[in-house]
Design a protein around this ligand. Structure first.
Ligand SMILES: C[S@@+](CC[C@H](N)C(=O)[O-])C[C@H]1O[C@@H](n2cnc3c(N)ncnc32)[C@H](O)[C@@H]1O
Length: 261
């Protein structure tokens, strides 16, 4: 297993990571499903969800492609193994940077919030494109945190910036990746490229706040031990979430999809 992800802040053994991923899927699935519904999905498509996390997208695909075959892959499959799943949904422990599916074998490859954490995402896009049948679709979604410094709440800006630095230090997460996706997909000779973006804001609704509170609480010990923030600074930033007038854009989920020629 790729140790750096597994041992980092977002590793599946980290306390609260299962809850965070369940909140992430609730937050992001409606946007992902809107995109998947724009594709010419048939009942017999063969699909792979890379870095499937807790498996909700793979389960949705299995439901929509009952005569097809769906594979949910992840570096760490513990949350996938425990989910109820139909016969057309397989779980496979794989590192997308080192393993392959046969060339020209898939109708759809989807990866959400995965490539931003990988060291050479461009190579992974090339690799995933090669798995597609001619006419098959690649859907890549990754968050962009916008410039954290631009937040009009300085305490909150400091927290977002510190989280970004922490993810870069512990996982190699690259916040600039999302902006490069369209170019990299074009370079992989994918056509019919389409894009969309969904904002996630703090202080807007209960689900979003629950997600962000979970992220921050998971990060607190590492933020303090790494010296990126003191406890008082963190508390001042998080207190914003209790103020009814507070709202701030936290990220933008950038989604791009394209078709193999
Ligand atoms: C932030 S989570 C996103 C989970 C899910 N895609 C979602 O959006 O709900 C990232 C997932 O990618 C997996 N992952 C990280 N590096 C990976 C790699 N090299 N190969 C396969 N999966 C990986 C992690 O284990 C984790 O489940």
């Amino acid at each position: 297993m790729n140790d750096s992800y597994a041992k980092g802040l977002l590793g599946h053994s980290t306390a609260g990571e299962h809850e965070r991923l369940l909140l992430l899927e609730k937050l992001c699935d409606p946007g992902t499903i809107r995109i998947l519904e724009r594709l010419p999905l048939t009942r017999s498509w063969t699909c792979v969800d890379v870095g499937a996390g807790t498996g909700s997208v793979a389960r949705w695909l299995a439901d929509r492609c009952p005569e097809g075959q769906i594979t949910a892959t992840d570096l760490d499959t513990r949350f996938l193994e425990s989910m109820p799943r139909p016969d057309n949904l397989a779980v496979s422990q794989q590192d997308v940077t080192t393993t392959d599916f046969p060339a020209n074998s898939l109708d759809l490859v989807h990866a959400r919030a995965v490539l931003t954490h990988l060291p050479y995402p461009e190579i992974v896009v090339q690799r995933m494109s090669s798995w597609l049948k001619p006419g098959g679709w690649l859907v890549i979604e990754d968050p962009s945190y916008l410039p954290a410094q631009a937040s009009p709440y300085p305490d909150f800006a400091a927290l977002l910036l510190a989280c970004e630095k922490l993810l870069a230090q512990t996982h190699g997460t690259d916040n600039s990746w999302a902006r490069r996706i369209p170019r990299v997909m074009a370079e992989a000779r994918l056509t019919n490229l389409k894009m969309s973006a969904e904002l996630s804001a703090c202080g807007r609704d209960e689900l979003e706040d629950a997600y962000w509170r979970q992220c921050f609480s998971q990060a607190i010990p590492a933020l303090m031990t790494s010296g990126l923030m003191t406890e008082q600074q963190i508390n001042r930033a998080i207190e914003h979430l209790d103020q009814p007038e507070f709202t701030d854009i936290a990220w933008m989920m950038v989604s791009c999809w394209g078709q193999r020629q």
